[in-house]
Design a protein around this ligand. Structure first.
Ligand SMILES: *[C@@H]1O[C@H](CO)[C@@H](O)[C@H](O)[C@H]1NC(C)=O
Ligand SMILES: *[C@@H]1O[C@H](CO)[C@@H](O)[C@H](O)[C@H]1NC(C)=O
Ligand SMILES: *[C@@H]1O[C@H](CO)[C@@H](O)[C@H](O)[C@H]1NC(C)=O
Ligand SMILES: *[C@@H]1O[C@H](CO)[C@@H](O)[C@H](O)[C@H]1NC(C)=O
Ligand SMILES: *[C@@H]1O[C@H](CO)[C@@H](O)[C@H](O)[C@H]1NC(C)=O
Length: 478
């Protein structure tokens, strides 16, 4: 009578153990890493296998494994159904395998025109891998947006002016067509904390106090609430969670919770590697200046002016913010008088005189200077791309947006800050065909920086999501 019971309990234990081993078997991510090349260190984003889920190399995630087996036995309200954890991880493993494989792609899934866009050419690091990864994202990715917290600081954000991308992304993911959103957190691949740092600054910060602690306190409280109420944060210590902020103080605010800062995916305009931005887990967010909530109509169709040659070699106008611009002014401010009549004029203004038009200058310049200001990101980069003016990046420690898939060298120039005195020499030495190649590149990447309502495939909303997706997948696509 005893042996069948023993047999069945032994069988049961064996099956349970196999199941656990099956689900938590570490993914051999090192295989994917060899796909990466490490050229162009300045623009590169090096992904590395720190984000391996349920891998036994990571002590934090080892604890997760133990928790999960405990959860399996515990019938408490917050348990995570193991079936679902397995399904989500299985989907991701399938996506990795598919990206890695060289199966032919079903390109007929989408119609012609914008719908059927297929990335190609030198502006992409590896167009084929990017396309595969993008298609897998469209097929699989589900984001869970925490419903907790109140307006305006949670579930809202600015949709105008310099930090508009904060509000635009938030509104799109919460109220857009919903393709990537799930209301069932058990099916989610990533979890979004829908906070707005710009609104925290507006509602919680005491002007001139230079005290960020109320902002950090808010973030800390928010993480405490969601990690107590739901099991998902603790499962990975926030590694599959993301926040998004364009405000300069996004990085500082994220210090409110050490795991948010060190482990979660932080999507930030202020992508300064000297201030803790980690390209392998964080995402660089483009800053898009929407005066009055819209892109200037002048920038909507720059092609109109295509036949008239651009009059100015380079243009910049703005305030003397941050460490780089004073140097630009020192060498180039008000130098237009010397060369008014030749092709080599560099127009640099400390604030543009009221009678001159900012966007007309961009549309009439071959190169647009994009120096960092108080923080690394500059809205001029996206404005230049809209104006089909080749951006000249003047910054240090800035990780450019989408640089895990875009080859910035194919549509922009990076000039070392120490070379500012030689700007005219450097820019005028660029041969016409090289300039035209860069300008063509700018035209191609424009779609990736464009805000659409409703959103369109491959636009800025999808590119941001794709950056998040890549970090969750933890594979480089170059
Ligand atoms: C199950 O969870 C509850 C509440 O989290 C805890 O008090 C209890 O000890 C757990 N039981 C087991 C068997 O782990
Ligand atoms: C994948 O296929 C393309 C063409 O279909 C080919 O050029 C390329 O070399 C293949 N790559 C690998 C890794 O097999
Ligand atoms: C997550 O961990 C924190 C800190 O250890 C704990 O207070 C909280 O109750 C945990 N959450 C859940 C859902 O068990
Ligand atoms: C991030 O992790 C490091 C190393 O563990 C730690 O010293 C630091 O305080 C953490 N950062 C924050 C903001 O908590
Ligand atoms: C980037 O961070 C470093 C270190 O804090 C700082 O010195 C530098 O000014 C920052 N860059 C910009 C443009 O703010």
């Amino acid at each position: 009578m005893e042996s069948p019971t023993f047999f069945f309990s032994a069988l049961f234990s064996f099956l349970l153990l196999s199941f656990i081993l099956f689900i938590f078997h570490p993914t051999p991510l090192s295989e994917f890493i060899t796909l990466a090349t490490s050229n162009n260190a300045d623009y590169s984003v090096h992904l590395h296998p720190i984000r391996t889920k349920f891998s036994t190399h990571n002590p934090q995630l080892l604890a997760v494994n133990e928790d999960s087996t405990a959860i399996h036995r515990n019938k408490s309200r917050n348990r995570i159904p193991m079936r679902e954890v397995g399904k989500v991880e299985e989907e991701l493993a399938g996506a990795r395998a598919s990206i890695r494989s060289n199966r032919s792609l079903g390109t007929t899934a989408h119609g012609g025109g914008d719908e059927g866009y297929v990335p190609a050419g030198a502006v992409y690091r590896n167009p084929r891998l990017f396309y595969r990864s993008y298609l897998e994202m469209e097929k699989i990715l589900k984001v869970y947006v925490y419903p907790d917290g109140d307006h305006p600081i949670v579930h809202d954000g600015p949709c105008k002016d310099i930090y508009s991308i904060e509000g635009r992304f938030l509104h799109e993911i919460e109220h857009g067509h919903g393709r990537f959103r799930t209301n069932d957190p058990n099916l989610a691949h990533v979890f979004f904390l829908p906070l707005s740092v710009a609104w925290m600054v507006k509602y919680l910060y005491t002007p001139l106090s230079y005290d960020h602690s109320p902002l950090r306190q808010f973030v800390s409280d928010y993480v405490r609430v969601i990690s107590t109420k739901y099991p998902f944060w603790n499962r990975t210590h926030g590694a599959d969670h993301f926040m998004l902020a364009c405000h300069d103080w996004g990085p500082s605010t994220s210090k409110g919770n050490p795991f948010l800062y060190n482990t979660s995916i932080r999507v930030l305009c202020n992508a300064n590697t000297s201030e803790g931005f980690k390209p392998e887990k964080d995402v660089s967010l483009p800053e898009i200046h929407l005066l009055g909530g819209e892109v200037s109509p002048k920038l909507l169709s720059p092609q109109k002016d295509n036949n008239t040659p651009r009059r100015h070699l380079a243009f910049f106008a703005g305030g003397p913010h941050g460490p780089i611009r004073p140097k630009l002014f020192q060498y180039w401010k008000n130098r237009d008088d010397d060369d008014n009549d030749n092709d080599n004029d560099i127009r640099v203004y400390e604030y543009l005189p009221k009678d001159l038009d900012y966007y007309s200058f961009m549309l009439n310049s071959k190169f647009c200077l994009c120096p960092s200001g108080y923080e690394v990101a500059s809205p001029r980069i996206v404005e230049s791309i809209y104006a089909e003016c080749v951006p000249v990046i003047l910054s240090n420690n800035y990780v450019l947006p989408f640089s895990d898939v875009l080859q910035w060298e194919a549509f922009s120039l990076k000039v070392d800050v120490s070379d500012i005195p030689r700007l005219r020499e450097i820019l005028s030495a660029i041969p016409e065909d090289e300039y035209l190649r860069l300008k063509e590149g700018v035209k191609i990447v424009r779609r990736h920086f464009t805000l659409n309502q409703p959103v369109k495939r491959f636009d800025v909303f999808h590119m941001i999501l794709h950056s998040i997706w890549l970090r969750r997948l933890n594979i480089p696509v170059r």
